[in-house]
Design a protein around this ligand. Structure first.
Ligand code: SF4
Length: 445
């Protein structure tokens, strides 16, 4: 039986410093008791207290790391069922399935195609982030050679797929330094797979035939001393996968320990639309890894976009750095736009300025990543803040004029801003799509 919030509270440092994201130590203790926080969020808890907290201090879903260095993928450590309860912590890895039996040249082509699956979304680069190498040859030497080629071509993490321990051993001899995930321990091979995971110190995927057999298998594997696990309920029909994923997450949050690990799912339908739909479903509910049987950018782009949407912290809008941006070959006579540092706002303005073909400066004001009207309503996009940004950004040294264009939605700021900054304030269009026409009409170089 878990500890109560008050019992946990007695073991906390009681600094009320808020560094854990909670207003008080008591609030943090309550979150911990409800399985909605990890003890690691408090930097001041002593090792003795952690030990005393025991299971209550462990995250409800273990954090599992696959790969090494900057590319390592961390999955698990989730604390909520619904994103709006707090946030989802670790986006699922999108693993592109590549077989080992198509020859060296084709493998290289596929790996090159994999490396191209990176996309710029609102100023951030999002990629497919794992190679799932599947042994279809059945031959340890062929698989090991494919692993070697893959390791030379990419530093992204690997999933090694084969149920044959000898095949996995041959692959691990080559790949052990890169800490791949081995897939999968089953009822028939789990002892050998558990031994491999321990010997090579790599995470291990376990596949049941249903949830009940998965529990049994997890208990056997953890009993053998393996703690970094990834779970597969064995379901392949999307409705059953959804039911299993949901049940695993629900029970894990209630601290049912056999389900306290991230999961792996497979979207391999031959029909592209169905395959994308399956992967989208698993990204939303609640996969730690989605193995995806296509490297077509047209299929992967919507998936990385969906993943970005779901795994963005709802309490932290995506923001760009507040500073002066140059769009095109600017001159001292270029227009100066001012807007907020909400990423979407900035990129809309930037692309419409680009469309106008008038090289321009965009000054983004720090509004904690909120949009123009939200920031204005919250007192974060005020004449005082804009005047300060104009002064401190150095824009005055870059342009020979003193005219600034503000968004049309906050025309009300113009008088006070002009007074405070000494800049002539032009009221721009309400929507950024009006920028090209606005510049044509009002801006002469
Ligand atoms: Fe208390 Fe630790 Fe949170 Fe600070 S970080 S408020 S000490 S629980």
């Amino acid at each position: 039986m878990g500890l109560t919030g008050l019992e946990i509270y007695k073991l906390l440092p009681k600094k009320n410093c808020k560094e854990c994201g909670q207003p008080t130590c008591l609030a943090f203790a309550m979150q911990l008791a409800a399985g909605k926080a990890s003890i690691e969020a408090c930097p001041y808890v002593s090792e003795e207290a952690k030990a005393a907290l025991g299971a209550a201090s462990a995250p409800p879903i273990a954090l599992v790391k696959i790969g090494v260095g900057d590319r390592a993928l961390a999955i698990g450590d989730e604390t909520v069922l619904f994103r709006h309860d707090k946030r989802f912590e670790h986006p699922p890895g999108l693993a592109i399935l590549i077989p080992d039996d198509e020859g060296e040249e084709r493998l290289r082509e596929r790996l090159e195609a994999f490396q191209r699956l990176c996309f710029d979304r609102v100023g951030q680069i999002h990629c497919a982030d794992m190679v799932a190498l599947e042994c279809r040859s059945g031959d340890p030497a062929t698989f090991a050679a494919a692993v070697k080629t893959t390791l030379a071509a990419t530093d992204w993490p690997l999933v090694l797929i084969s149920e044959d321990p000898e095949v996995q051993r041959a692959a691990l001899e080559v790949a052990k330094e890169r800490r791949p995930l081995i897939y999968a321990a089953t009822r028939d091979n789990w002892e050998k797979f558990a031994a491999l995971a321990k010997e090579f110190d790599v995470p291990l995927a376990v596949r049941g035939e249903n949830l009940a057999s998965l529990v049994e298998l997890v208990n056997q594997v953890t009993g053998a001393g393996v703690s970094a696990l990834v779970l597969d309920s064995g379901a392949r029909q999307p409705n059953q996968v959804l039911a299993d994923q949901t049940q695993i997450r629900r029970q894990a949050l209630k601290r049912f320990r056999p389900f306290g690990f991230p999961t792996i799912t497979f979207a391999t339908d031959p029909d592209p639309a169905t395959r994308v739909m399956e992967a989208a479903l698993y990204i939303a509910k609640y996969a730690g890894i989605v193995v995806f049987a296509s490297d077509d950018p047209a299929e992967v782009l919507p998936l990385v976009t969906l993943r970005l949407n779901i795994y963005t912290d709802p309490q932290k809008p995506i923001a760009v750095e507040p500073k002066v941006y140059e769009i095109g070959a600017v001159t001292p006579h270029s227009p100066v736009f001012v807007t907020t540092n909400f990423s979407l706002t900035y990129f809309c303005v930037a692309s419409d300025v680009e469309a106008s073909r008038v090289p321009s400066y965009i000054l983004t004001v720090d509004t904690d990543g909120t949009s123009v009207l939200t920031a204005w309503a919250a007192g974060k996009f005020t004449p005082e803040k804009i005047a300060q940004a104009l002064k401190e950004s150095g824009i005055a040294e870059k342009v020979a004029h003193r005219k600034v264009i503000i968004p049309g939605g906050v025309a009300v700021l113009s008088g006070k801003l002009q007074e405070l900054s000494g800049w002539e304030v032009l009221v721009g269009p309400r929507e950024s799509s009006g920028i090209p026409a606005f510049l044509k009409q009002y801006w002469q170089n």
